[in-house]
Design a protein around this ligand. Structure first.
Ligand code: HEM
Length: 513
């Protein structure tokens, strides 16, 4: 009897050992003989994405990937099924219209369990149909006709607030740019005034949106961590769930108003309703509302982050500021965006700002199509996630001469890496010069191909107007002592933002107390 029991245990143990050996063999085989085995990269990327996730959660993904490219070259394996590419030809192919690369399943996580929107849709046909509904209001001609006045009025008001606050002490420019860009996109999307600049602070809708965004990112990147935290701290999650309910309620209500004709005529919701009527299709209130909310997310923090860095660099570089002043001060007071678009130094300034501080410079993951892709010596099979980042393309010295001007010299002289990082900015590189062919292909602050930013013309308009108004009206403002190179270092949670989450300025004119 005892012998029989011992035999059974021995058999189970042997079986367990066999299964373990086979599993180890399978893992090793997958790691060292799999189709991505030849792709260079850190050893752990063969087994796990945990290191990548660590950099994502600490807001350093772009920097980590950039470093990997410098160490391993233009094709780097960053996790068992993900490869990062910074080779220009491959970069073009990944974003080329009709190349067969589609947004990776990662985008589905932006709308967990909900109807997807134009940004998160991964299905090509579904996306094309949605983009058709949205295209018209975002065309430059339509923006000039319907929203130029709004952009002019809101940027002037934002700058007036900046001046007013700075004349009394420290002023956070980033706060005002954020309220301004949100006011603009809310009115563009929902056809109703948000009045955030008047209030001087975020409203509940904005806070609800931010909480919803955070929760979706966590669910997307690490669903297990999201579930764990939900069990550990159910109270906090009830608040987040309520935020989502509020966002949806507001959006659906606006969609209903748009259908009843109760909104101002030119807004995205009404535009979508009209376009779908002409096409003979129907989008329900929830679909309309969630699309408009997604546009508010896509069109607020993006433009305000870039404008914040634009303000910072112009305050840091007196020669650049002077050249902008020389050009902008001569404009008549009723200048419009067509005038601004024709100014050579403003144009070169904005291009360089977008090269160095475009606000979405990180991961744009795509799924490799059925024919795979050959990149130099490496064959990438179908189904692999191929990711690109403009951050690295914009700093490729073979494309942009001295992309990090003075960096090496300064590191050598001072060994001060953070100081050196601040010397990358050099608008003169583009002054009255066309971009070279390679630069045109690599310069992608707004993404590319069929998934290029829908709000590109609106973003340019806001950046030009914001810069122009600031330069013309804030000649007495300077950086406050609260703004340091460290506080302005970039953190990267899909978008970039200064680590300090603010840009403090003050008046250089001392007022009598
Ligand atoms: C400086 C400001 C902005 C930057 C740097 C920026 C950047 C980008 C980038 C890189 C993408 C591609 C994302 C991807 O492929 O995954 C994108 C897509 C998108 N952007 Fe922007 N964006 C800005 C402003 C705006 C504004 C003002 C709006 C207005 C609503 C907007 C709406 C969108 C939408 C809807 C998409 C998705 C397009 C699609 O997939 O068809 N963006 N943006």
């Amino acid at each position: 009897m005892v012998t029989h029991g011992a035999d059974s245990i021995q058999r189970i143990a042997s079986l367990g050992l066999l299964v373990t050996v086979l599993a180890i063999f399978w893992i090793l085989q997958k790691c060292f003989r799999g189709p991505l085995a030849a792709i260079p990269g850190p050893w752990y990327s063969r087994f796990t994405d945990i290191v990548l996730k660590y950099y994502i959660f600490t807001g350093r993904r772009i920097h980590y990937i950039h470093q990997l490219h410098q160490k391993y070259g233009s094709v780097v394996r960053v996790s068992p099924n993900e490869v990062e590419v910074s080779d220009l030809a491959a970069y073009r192919e990944v974003h080329r219209i009709g190349s067969g690369f589609v947004k990776a399943p990662w985008y589905d996580t932006f709308t967990p369990g909900m109807e997807s929107n134009v940004f998160s849709m991964t299905n090509v046909h579904e996306h094309a149909a949605r983009r058709r509904l949205l295209a018209r209001p975002f065309r430059r001609s339509s923006l000039l006709t319907h929203f130029q006045r709004l952009v002019t009025e809101r940027t002037r008001f934002a700058v007036a607030k900046i001046v007013q606050e700075a004349n009394q002490g420290d002023c956070d420019v980033m706060k005002w740019w954020t309220l301004m860009t949100t006011d603009i996109i809310m009115e563009v999307a929902f056809g109703e005034k948000a009045g955030l600049l008047e209030a001087g602070e975020k409203n509940n809708y904005m806070k609800d949106l931010e909480r919803t965004e955070l929760s979706f990112s966590l669910q997307g990147e690490t669903p297990w961590l999201y579930r764990f935290l939900k069990v550990v701290n159910p109270g906090a999650y009830r608040g987040i769930d309520q935020s989502l309910v509020n966002v949806i309620a507001k959006a659906t209500e606006s969609a209903r108003k748009a259908k009843e004709g109760k909104l101002s005529p030119h807004n995205i919701l009404s535009g979508m309703i009209e376009a779908s009527r002409l096409e003979g299709t129907v989008v329900n209130d929830f679909g309309l509302g969630s699309q408009a909310s997604a546009l508010v997310i896509a069109g607020s923090g993006t433009t305000s982050a870039t404008l914040t860095y634009a303000t910072w660099v112009l305050l840091k570089h007196p020669a650049v500021r002077q050249k902008l002043e020389d050009e902008l001060i001569r404009l008549p007071d009723d200048f419009d965006d067509v005038k601004l678009e024709g100014l050579p130094y403003l144009t070169t300034f904005v291009t360089e700002v977008l090269r160095v501080y475009g606000s979405a410079p990180g991961a744009l993951p795509r799924t490799t199509p059925s024919h795979g892709i050959q990149i130099g010596d490496y064959r990438i099979p179908p189904g692999v996630t191929l990711t690109t980042q403009a951050y690295t393309m914009h700093r490729d010295p073979s494309i942009f001469e001295n992309p990090e001007t003075y960096v090496k010299l300064l590191i050598l002289l001072h060994c001060l890496n953070s100081l050196a990082k601040n010397f990358r900015f050099d608008p003169d590189r583009f002054y009255k010069r066309d971009l070279t062919t390679d630069q045109k292909h690599a310069f992608t602050p707004f993404g590319g191909g069929t998934r290029v930013c829908l709000g590109i013309h609106l973003a340019y308009m806001e950046i030009r107007h914001g810069t122009a108004e600031f330069v013309r009206n804030c000649r007495h403002l300077k950086l406050s002592r609260l703004t340091t190179p460290e506080s302005m270092e970039m953190e990267n949670f899909f978008l970039i933002a200064p680590k300090g989450h603010r840009l403090m300025v003050e008046s250089s004119v001392k007022t009598e107390s």
